[in-house]
Design a protein around this ligand. Structure first.
Ligand code: GLC
Length: 439
């Protein structure tokens, strides 16, 4: 009886999630949220493709194809592909102009990147496909493009030959205002007039206290302007950027993406020796540079000051998703995830917040400084499963689904005040709801 009720509740939730994705569908891609983020975002599209892979192969294909039309000839997949229909988003397409020669013609893009979720999405597309032959044909088309992106990351973003990829902007991590970035950002001197030159749009639909503070936000803008002055030439951007970080989340997702691309390569009959080397080398490098034995956690690494950034965000657990830790390390991560300072919302809810609430700079409703996010919980859930922590994984999944069914498909959830925050009807929350319900 209980099972039947549970099953019915899941079916209703899946239906609601599909409605959210339908409402955000733009004909060739899915806006993360039409009001707040109307364009196509790179890692969002990867998560969204994972959701579509369970029920709509055609949309999954369109989503990835649209994203890869924005790929630069140097291999970079930009973090935003702009839709000319929407003008209410800042930074708009013209903010990044002039684009360099390697940007594609006829498509407006941003000039920085995001984690290679597209590769992971492509893999899910294949494993959940019904028409395997057609899916294989599509993978053949994708493989060189995805490989081009991975090569870009290793060639252009590994300045010290550490086999770790560096990000040059907090937006590249996906966790924009993570407390991990604050000290680095606050050391950057920015021109005093910069706040008067631009008008923030992100606080029009969402309360300002849920978004990054001005002093942080205008440093994002300053960095992007700096890259423009360097003509977006990668070696110059990497040399000049005061923000240069080996992000633990980005590198873990890259490892998982390498694994997926090796599988894709095998399916389409390509030689994947190069990818196998990338995978092994980056796994070793995460161990060497990002593991902190004392804390029992992985941290990102500031390439400018040559030191780990000892901030225990949810990104610290992402190496589980990529099979990086040994079992003893996994045990320590598990203990941390299971620890009291992680618990959120009602005591019985185990969804993992983006930042632990025992930390001084925790903010329960501010973006990546504490709220619970569905994509990060999905990553932790998959990571725990990979290491055999099935009970805890299930607990996290059920907790996340409980939040979503109770409060709605919000961008994130306040773990203290019990409410949905940020954008309503957010696409990756819906897509990963489907993935979690179907798993
Ligand atoms: C916010 C998030 C980022 C996401 C984007 C679009 O900027 O921090 O991770 O890609 O919104 O949803």
């Amino acid at each position: 009886m209980h099972d039947e009720k549970h099953e019915k509740a899941l079916i209703v939730l899946i239906r609601r999630a599909r409605d959210v994705l339908k409402a955000n569908w733009q004909g060739n891609y899915t806006a993360p949220s039409v009001k707040q983020y109307p364009h196509q975002w790179s890692w969002d599209s990867g998560f969204i493709t994972i959701g579509y892979s369970y029920f709509d192969e055609m949309r999954a294909k369109k989503e990835l194809s649209s994203l890869l039309k924005a790929q630069w000839t140097n291999g970079m997949v930009p973090h935003i592909r702009y839709n000319p229909r929407y003008e209410h988003y800042f930074p708009d397409a013209s903010f990044w102009h002039p684009l360099p020669d390697c940007a594609p013609e006829g498509v407006n893009t941003s000039c920085i990147t995001q984690p290679p979720l597209a590769t992971i999405g492509a893999f899910y597309f294949y494993i959940n496909a019904v028409d395997m032959e057609e899916a294989k044909r599509f993978l053949k088309h994708l493989y060189p493009r995805l490989l081009g992106f991975h090569r870009f990351l290793y060639k252009e973003r590994d300045p010290d030959g550490k086999d770790l990829v560096a990000i040059v902007h907090p937006w590249e991590s996906g966790m924009d205002d993570s407390p991990a970035w604050k000290d680095i950002l606050m050391q950057i001197d920015i021109p005093s007039g910069i706040a008067d030159s631009y008008r923030r749009q992100d606080t029009l639909n969402v309360p300002a206290e849920e978004r990054p503070e001005d002093e942080i936000y205008f440093r994002y803008i300053y960095l992007a302007e700096l890259f423009k002055k360097e003509g977006y030439r990668q070696h110059r951007v990497v040399r000049r950027s005061p923000f240069l970080v080996y992000d633990v989340l980005f590198n873990s997702l890259l490892c998982r993406a390498n694994e997926c691309l090796i599988e894709i390569g095998r399916i389409v009959g390509e030689d994947t020796a190069e990818l196998k080397e990338y995978l092994a080398a980056t796994r070793r490098a995460i161990e060497k540079w990002l593991w902190n034995e004392e804390a029992g956690l992985y941290f990102s690494y500031d390439a400018r000051s040559n030191a780990q950034i000892e901030k225990p965000s949810v990104a610290s657990f992402s190496p589980l998703f990529a099979g990086v830790p040994g079992y003893e390390q996994a045990e320590r991560l598990y203990a941390y995830i299971d620890g009291v300072c992680q618990c959120s919302l009602e005591e019985s809810n185990s969804a993992v917040p983006s930042y632990p609430r025992c930390e001084e700079d925790f903010r329960s409703d501010r973006y990546w400084m504490g709220p619970v996010w569905a994509n990060m919980n999905w990553i932790v859930y998959e990571g725990l499963k990979r290491y055999g922590y099935h009970h805890k994984a299930l607990d996290i999944k059920e907790s996340m689904l409980k939040l979503i069914s109770r409060y709605g498909f919000y961008e994130y959830f306040d773990p203290i005040k019990n409410k949905g925050c940020g954008a309503k009807d957010f696409s990756w929350t819906a897509a990963l709801t489907i993935a979690m319900c179907c798993d």
